[in-house]
Design a protein around this ligand. Structure first.
Ligand SMILES: *[C@@H]1O[C@H](CO)[C@@H](O)[C@H](O)[C@H]1NC(C)=O
Ligand SMILES: [Zn+2]
Length: 438
């Protein structure tokens, strides 16, 4: 199934939601989305958002056939029949798409008749972002890449003993991809590697990773977390895409490498472990385009190299995405499970419980084919399978419970606070394992 491809766009919406609620939440998404939009482009003119409710396997199959079609952007595509699928469709495809739905008797409703109109309305209502002092960060809004870089530089200069700022390489467009190295103990301490912002539009990912950095560095109560474990953290692996979602297309997912017809590669299908084996597209215009070759993107090859350089110490890896509340472990490329699935699963269960203990937010645990769809070429598969870091995870952070891709800015802090409790459990595991082995 081609819908397999849309790993991070997947979201199991509640069947009980009313159409009105759906519209409200989409308005909320869009209001959060276009906050800092500099370019007054009308990119979404004539784009329509449909909610489709396939009721048979055949209908699910038919809808999934559009997964690789560049005119379709699936915002969520739950696995379960009867739950709604939300898809944004480009103007050129609407007539024939509606004909297909009608002919196949697939129920659908129009959630937004013109995405651009909503975007414009919301943009005109936008509050201007609070101007922060250079080098400061907040969790009440989403920040531009430059502000994030300034914050990291400020931390490194304020806490030179515990924070190092490195550039792992340049993005396709030449931006520095930053990594912070945090530690207050031995350089041979076990290390946790954190990757954020691989998918451009998933803004809560870099936001949470920045919160994690702040907690580790600036909160004395977490001192043990950096005395016993070292942290390598890349908050925004795909800065070109991230900036592009601020300036041009809010819903951009891929890198910004120039293609022959369509630009960008799905960086989380580009890692070289069973690359293109499942749930990835060879079509340049698809949202899940895996790239011309594995590691074709500078962003993914830099991540590979920096992980390889620190392999002796790295004991656990987490890639942060949104949305849909999933804690996933390998494999993404196959429905077979790794030999140590019990270990991976039992830690995930503890992490889930810790997150839930804060405000009741629940996550679904499993490998991608178990909980969503198969998808090869993800960073966590490569980290486990090729680099050999056994404890390797992908987290899909919340979309706000009932919102869409991006959590409203007012919810950032809540998600950060509860997710941090989960990361503490990951930390405790690594710390205890190292004590056992020493
Ligand atoms: C994408 O889907 C639309 C609507 O059905 C169709 O008109 C178009 O030909 C499709 N494009 C490709 C490349 O298959
Ligand atoms: Zn993602």
């Amino acid at each position: 199934m081609k819908l397999l491809l849309i790993l991070s766009a997947l979201f199991a919406a509640s069947a009980a939601e009313t159409a009105l609620l759906e519209i409200m939440k989409l308005l909320l998404i869009l209001s959060a989305l276009f906050a800092a939009s500099a370019a007054e482009t009308a990119y979404y003119e004539g784009y329509v958002v449909y909610q489709i409710r396939p009721v048979t396997d055949g209908q699910v199959e038919l809808i999934s056939g559009f997964g690789e079609n560049a005119s379709f952007d699936f915002w969520n595509a739950p696995k379960i029949i009867g739950l709604p699928t939300t898809v944004m469709v480009a103007p050129d495809a609407q007539e024939s798409f509606v004909q297909v739905l009608t002919a196949a008797q697939i129920p659908y409703t129009v959630l937004i008749d013109n995405v651009e109109r909503v975007v414009k309305e919301e943009r005109s209502r936008q509050q201007t972002m609070t101007r922060l002092e250079k080098g400061r960060i907040s969790f009440t809004e989403y920040h531009r890449y430059e502000a994030i870089q300034d914050y990291l530089a400020e931390l490194a200069s304020s806490y030179p003993d515990i924070v190092g700022l490195e550039e792992i390489g340049a993005s396709y467009q030449g931006s520095a991809i930053s990594m912070v190295r945090i530690g207050a103990g031995s350089s041979s301490n076990p290390t946790i590697f954190i990757e954020g912002g691989i998918h451009a539009r998933e803004w809560i990912s870099p936001a949470f990773v920045l919160y994690l950095i702040q907690e580790l560095v600036e909160n004395e109560n977490n001192r043990n977390m950096i005395e016993n474990v070292n942290w390598l953290i890349v908050p925004v692996l795909n800065p070109d895409g991230y900036e592009y979602t601020h300036t041009n297309e809010r819903l951009w997912r891929k890198t910004r490498s120039i293609g022959s017809i369509c630009d960008g590669v799905d960086a989380n299908r580009n890692f070289g472990y069973y690359w293109m084996e499942a749930g990835a597209s060879s079509l340049e215009c698809a949202e899940t385009y895996a790239g011309p070759t594995a590691f074709s993107e500078p962003e993914t090859s830099h991540l590979r190299d920096i992980i390889n350089e620190n392999l002796d110490e790295i004991k656990l890896f987490i890639s942060f995405h949104s949305y849909g509340n999933y804690i996933m472990y390998p494999w993404g490329y196959t429905s077979q499970l790794p030999y140590d699935v019990e270990e991976l699963n039992s830690l995930a269960v503890d992490v889930e419980a810790a997150i839930a203990s804060v405000a009741g937010t629940r996550y679904t645990i499993g490998s991608p084919p178990q909980v969503l769809y198969a998808a090869a070429g993800g960073s966590f598969d490569w980290v486990k399978g090729e680099a050999g870091v056994d404890m390797s995870y992908t987290l899909e952070l919340p979309g706000g419970g009932s919102y869409g891709f991006d959590l409203p800015a007012s919810r950032i802090l809540d998600v950060c606070v509860e997710t941090f409790e989960g990361v503490k459990v990951f930390y405790n595991y690594v710390e205890q394992q190292s004590r056992k082995s020493s």
